[in-house]
Write a protein that binds this ligand. Structure first.
Ligand SMILES: O=C(O)CCC(=O)C(=O)O
Length: 355
């Protein structure tokens, strides 16, 4: 009896191994030929995970073995490198490297004036509310009365933006980031943010450190809005769009981009230095990368490393701290597209945003 079930498990393992490699390979050859596929690497294949997955599945039918597409990563080259990229048929854009650690790119004129207006108008129609910080109340600091994030925000989906607009944007993002369209479509909705004078967002990370065993929010059934008690935020990359020209201030700043290790160690020790550097009302122009808000420009950066052995979501990148400096005059509109990605261990779990 024992022998029988042993043989059945061996048979199952061989079968699932074949299905798994077939599915992962199909995904890759469709979407980005020429990239390494960690799952076809024998060292990366972990049969225990597959058996665990099978234990929760009802059948061995091929379509039930889902694999999240592996990631890729743009090579930034040196600071100042300009690469011309065709992001939609016949339309070329400059991709300028602004930092290497993390890779930060600026893409001027990524959105047209009409596209910027369309996003602002859709947000205004939807209505904006006071911006929140994930899982925390945005209360004033008791010592300084300083508020960490001062802005209004809303979320826009396909219903708000329209199918054609969103499809075009998602195609462009998939090409820009060299990531499968499935990853882009399975990512969070677009967040639109409006700042008035004195509005800002002090330096923060867009994603959560993977310390506990909580699932990624985009792969879990947490209540809305999700909180840190339930899931962690898994944002591999951010694409931020400046939607208008600002009369004064409103830069996006990265206080630690390309910093040396010593500086990072001192920052991570916390205390006064970290507090000062994160306060962009004071520190904005001491930051190593400061990008002025120019209508239509997109900034793109990675908040996580990519795990080299697997090509899935790696550690959070502490060099990616960033925020919005004080608006000193006028108003500032931006939008964020956060690109969610799975870790190797969670690669069999689909995004809740796709069917
Ligand atoms: O407003 C900016 O320039 C930065 C915004 C930001 O960091 C965010 O919304 O997460």
């Amino acid at each position: 009896m024992k022998m029988c079930s042993y043989l059945r498990n061996i048979l199952l393992l061989v079968l699932l191994n074949e299905i798994h490699l077939h599915t992962a390979h199909g995904q890759l050859s469709d979407d980005y030929t020429g990239h390494s596929n960690a799952d076809s690497d024998e060292n990366a294949f972990d049969p225990h995970n597959l058996l665990k997955y099978y234990a929760t599945s009802q059948t061995t039918k091929e379509e039930e073995v889902y694999v999240f597409p592996p990631l890729s990563r743009l090579d930034p080259g040196d600071v100042g490198t300009i690469v011309s990229v065709e992001l939609s048929p016949g339309r070329w854009f400059d991709r300028i490297t602004r930092a290497v650690k993390p890779p930060i790119f600026e893409i001027p004129d990524f959105l047209s004036d009409e596209e910027c207006d369309h996003i602002i108008n859709s947000a205004a129609r939807n209505g904006l509310g006071t911006s929140q910080i994930y899982g925390e109340d945005n209360e004033p600091d008791p010592n300084t009365q300083d508020i960490f994030r001062v802005s209004q925000q809303t979320w826009l989906n396909r219903n708000n933006l329209g199918g054609m607009f969103l499809d075009n944007l998602q195609n462009k993002l998939s090409t820009l980031l060299n990531l499968s369209k499935e990853i882009i479509k399975g990512s969070e909705s677009m967040q639109v943010v409006n700042y008035l004078p004195n509005g800002h967002y002090h330096a923060h990370l867009d994603s959560t450190r993977n310390t506990g065993n909580k699932p990624c929010c985009f792969q879990s059934s947490c209540p809305t809005p999700p909180g840190p008690e339930c899931c962690r935020i898994c944002r591999y990359a951010t694409v931020l769009y400046f939607l208008n020209n600002v009369d004064g201030g409103g830069e996006t700043a990265f206080p630690l981009a390309d910093a040396d290790e010593n500086t990072m160690t001192r920052f991570l020790e916390g205390g006064n230095l970290a507090h000062q550097w994160r306060n962009l009302s004071n520190f904005c122009h001491n930051s190593s990368v400061v990008i002025g808000p120019k209508r239509g420009t997109a900034i793109m950066w990675y908040s996580h490393l990519m795990e080299a052995e697997t090509n899935y979501l790696g550690e959070i990148d502490d060099y990616s701290y960033h925020g919005g400096c004080d608006v000193t005059k006028g108003t500032k509109w931006i939008a964020n597209n956060w690109i969610n990605a799975a870790t190797y261990n969670e690669r069999f779990v689909k995004s809740i945003w796709v069917d």
